[in-house]
Design a protein around this ligand. Structure first.
Ligand SMILES: O=C(O)CCC(=O)C(=O)O
Ligand SMILES: [Fe+2]
Length: 324
């Protein structure tokens, strides 16, 4: 049985199309021949092209890898590694408008530029050791249940359990402190003030030590109260209203005495600038919204540091802790 299509009557052929078809029928084989000839002639060039393509491919893969590495480092820039000895290193960050507004009233205290500074050679290891021992002696009288303890020798505030007590109600200052503790604290405070003044191009005498000024002791215990949750991003000017310049003095070593616990600047562009604590490492920064930060959770060991900060407002000045 034949199909419908086989029964179809063919249309009469258009003579113009016939001519074109004929032309093609002659041209196709000659094009093939020419192509073959061309390929024969250019075999060497073909090889070169293949090599070039392979090289290009490799370059693309390499660039992709570089790009990925760049992206990773963008999220995780270690600005101050604990393996490095940093004489002094600075980074500029544009001042937040609220910080500039606030500091405008205090001439001599306005930073040339906002930013950060880190220095490993300002405070000596011996000074850090004296302050570490002082902190440890204090924390023997109290510790938070939740892994974040503070001791403020100025106010006497000491974490104990889920609360704060006054250390001076537990032990007489004269029994707790040695003469060298007081002289060391004063010398360290002066050195920090000097570093901040030169880093931000302000007058040293425009800076006043301010409250709270405290030692911190962090472990990996689960938080018991909100006071233990040190790992949240914050702005010091908001948390501690009187701060204009924050400084942190690290008393022991990331990676050796404790794990986790790195200091992180949370940049606006969704990447982090990391500072690894190290014994006697000093860091300083303007306390406004230009420097939001947090401390990474400690995963093991004990982390000791001191927050020693400055105000431009003489009304918020405190004396060096006298250790009564
Ligand atoms: O201990 C640190 O590294 C930072 C502490 C801190 O952010 C603070 O005291 O406000
Ligand atoms: Fe802070």
């Amino acid at each position: 049985m034949g199909t419908r299509s086989s029964q179809r009557v063919s249309k009469p052929t258009n003579p113009k199309k016939v001519k074109k078809k004929e032309r093609n029928a002659v041209e196709v084989p000659s094009r093939l021949v020419r192509m073959k000839k061309f390929i024969e002639m250019h075999k060497g060039a073909q090889k070169i092209t293949l090599i070039l393509m392979a090289v290009f491919g490799l370059q693309c893969a390499y660039l992709l890898k570089l790009f990925k590495l760049f992206e990773e480092s963008n999220n995780d820039l270690t600005w101050a590694s604990s393996n490095d000895i940093i004489p002094t290193k600075q980074a500029v960050v544009p001042c937040s408008s609220s910080y500039l507004e606030d500091i405008q009233a205090f001439s001599g205290c306005i930073p040339a530029q906002c930013g950060r500074v880190v220095a490993d050679n300002v405070i000596t290891s011996a000074e850090a050791e004296i302050l570490l021992n002082l902190a440890k002696r204090g924390f023997a009288y109290g510790e938070s249940d939740g892994g974040a303890s503070i001791l403020d020798f100025h106010s006497g505030a000491l974490s104990k359990g889920k609360k704060f007590v006054n250390i001076y109600s537990l032990i007489k200052a004269s029994e707790l402190f040695h003469e060298e503790d007081i002289t060391t604290y004063r010398s360290v405070r002066r050195k920090i003030q000097n570093l901040l003044a030169s880093a931000f191009n302000i007058s040293e005498s425009a800076l006043y030590l301010t409250h709270p000024t405290f030692f911190s002791f962090l472990t990996n215990k689960d938080a018991a109260t909100v006071h233990d949750e040190y790992w949240h991003t914050h702005v010091d000017k908001e948390t501690y209203k009187s701060f204009h310049y924050t400084s942190l003095l690290y008393l022991n070593n990331y990676g050796k005495d404790f794990t986790g616990g790195r200091f992180i600047f949370d940049e606006l562009a969704n990447y982090s600038t990391i500072l690894e604590p190290k014994k006697a490492r000093l860091s300083g920064f303007t306390s406004g919204w230009e420097n939001p930060h947090h401390v990474e959770r400690v995963t093991g060991g004990s982390r000791y540091a001191a927050t020693i900060s400055f105000t431009c407002n003489p009304k918020n000045a405190i004396k060096d802790p006298g250790f009564r």
